[in-house]
Design a protein around this ligand. Structure first.
Ligand code: SF4
Ligand SMILES: [Zn+2]
Ligand SMILES: [Zn+2]
Length: 304
C-alpha cells in the first residue's frame, strides 16, 4: 500500500475516500479535513475564542491538538464526573493535564462535580432512582459547559464527536423515529440565547479509526478505556452494526450521515421555529424553558 501523495509506504488506507497515506501526509491531511469541515459549516471564525470539551480520550485531545496547531485561541475544560471505577475520572484528568502542559501550558480548567456541587455524577444518579447515569451525566455536562462558556465569553463549545459517534446516534434516532432529536443532530447548533453558546463538532467527517491513528502518530497520550457506563450504551451496538455494513460497502457510514444532513437541509425535519428561551433559573441564573428551576437545579433539589 503506497501513499497517494509521495509513494512512500502508507500507514492508513481510507477506503471511503479511496486514499492511502503515509504518516507524514496523514497527519497533514487530518487537520486539513477538520479545517474544511469548520469552513463548510461556518463553525467559527479565526478570531473567535473556542471552549474545547476534553474528556481525556483520543477524539477530544486530537481536536484540541488540531485547533491549537491551527492557531485558534482555545481553552480546554475537563469535567471530573467522579467515576471511580479503576480511577477512571482521575486518570482521565491526569491525561488532560499532561496534554495541556506538553502544549505549552495552554489554558485549561477542571470542574470537579463532587467538589463543586457536593455529589459525584454516579452518586447523584444513584440517589435519583430511575435516572440512568448517562442521562444525569449529559444534563450535568451540558449545564457546566454552558456556564463556563457564558462566563468566559466563548463563541462556541467544540466537542470531539467523530463520524462513528454521529452515525451511531443517527441510527438510534432513526430506528426510534425520534424526530425532535433528529432535528437537533447537526455539526453546528446555533446559540439559542446569548448565554447558551453555539455547539460545534469539527471532527464529524472523520472516522474513529482516523482520529485514533492521528492521536497515535502525534504521540498524544490518551485514556484508552471507555467510560465504564458506555459499555451498556446502545451506541456501541449501533457502531458495531455500522462497521459491519462499512466492511461490506466502504463509505456507508459517511454516506448515511452526509445524506441525512442533505435531507435535513432540504427541510425533511423542518418544524416551527422553537419558542425563544425567556426564563431564567432563579437558582443558577441560566436561561431555561422551565418556569421555575432549570432541569439541572431540579436534579439537585429533589435529591435527598
Ligand atoms: S458513558 Fe455515560 S456516564 Fe460515561 S461519560 Fe458518557 S454519558 Fe457520562
Ligand atoms: Zn506520503
Ligand atoms: Zn438552575
Amino acid at each position: 500500500m503506497r501513499c497517494a501523495k509521495c509513494g512512500a509506504t502508507a500507514v492508513i488506507g481510507m477506503r471511503q475516500h479511496r486514499l492511502n497515506l503515509c504518516a507524514e501526509h496523514f497527519v497533514a491531511w487530518v487537520p486539513d479535513m477538520v479545517a474544511r469541515t469548520i469552513d463548510k459549516y461556518a463553525m467559527f471564525a479565526p478570531n473567535e475564542r473556542i471552549l474545547v470539551a476534553v474528556s481525556g480520550g483520543k477524539d477530544s485531545l486530537a481536536l484540541w491538538d488540531i485547533l491549537i496547531r491551527q492557531g485558534y485561541e482555545t481553552e480546554g475544560v475537563y469535567i471530573n464526573l467522579g467515576i471511580d471505577h479503576e480511577g477512571y475520572s482521575d486518570a482521565s484528568e491526569d491525561k488532560v493535564r499532561a496534554f495541556a502542559e506538553e502544549h505549552g501550558s495552554v489554558p485549561f480548567r477542571v470542574v470537579n462535580v463532587g467538589e463543586v456541587y457536593g455529589k459525584t455524577v454516579p452518586d447523584l444518579a444513584h440517589t435519583r432512582r430511575g435516572k440512568r447515569v448517562c442521562s444525569v451525566c449529559g444534563l450535568v455536562k451540558r449545564h457546566i459547559m454552558n456556564r463556563v462558556a457564558s462566563e468566559g465569553g466563548y463563541a462556541a463549545i467544540a466537542t470531539g464527536h467523530n463520524l462513528d459517534d454521529e452515525a451511531a446516534t443517527l441510527l438510534g434516532n432513526t430506528l426510534h423515529w425520534q424526530s425532535a432529536y433528529l432535528l437537533r443532530q447537526a455539526p453546528v447548533l446555533p446559540e439559542t440565547h446569548p448565554r447558551l453558546a453555539r455547539k460545534v463538532k469539527p471532527l464529524c467527517h472523520l472516522y474513529e479509526r482516523e482520529t485514533a491513528a492521528y492521536a497515535l502518530l502525534r504521540g498524544i497520550d490518551y485514556v484508552e478505556e471507555e467510560c465504564p457506563y458506555a459499555v451498556k450504551a446502545k451506541s456501541i451496538v449501533y457502531k458495531g452494526l455500522l462497521n459491519q455494513l462499512e466492511h461490506r460497502s466502504p463509505g456507508t457510514k459517511l454516506q448515511f450521515y452526509l445524506e441525512y444532513l442533505h435531507a435535513r437541509e432540504d427541510g425533511l425535519f423542518r418544524q416551527e421555529e422553537p419558542a425563544p428561551i425567556e426564563n431564567t433559573c432563579p437558582q443558577c441564573g441560566q436561561p431555561t424553558m422551565a418556569t421555575g428551576l432549570c432541569a439541572f437545579c431540579r436534579l439537585w433539589e429533589k435529591t435527598p
